[in-house]
Design a protein around this ligand. Structure first.
Ligand SMILES: [Zn+2]
Length: 53
């Protein structure tokens, strides 16, 4: 049962490889992954006041 709930972040650009429309959001894990260079970034919802930042 692998149902990837990935959403293409349309119009966004990867900070690493500068490619556009290659960032996919994984809302389950809170990750953004670039399918061009493989870079992943953790996106934390700013609900707790952002103490992790
Ligand atoms: Zn990239």
């Amino acid at each position: 049962m692998t149902t990837p709930l990935l959403h293409l972040l349309d119009g966004l650009r990867c900070e690493i490889c500068r490619c556009r429309d290659v960032l996919w959001l994984d809302p389950v894990r809170g990750l953004v992954e670039c399918h061009e260079c493989g870079q992943t970034a953790i996106t934390l919802p700013a609900e707790d006041g952002g103490d992790a930042l």
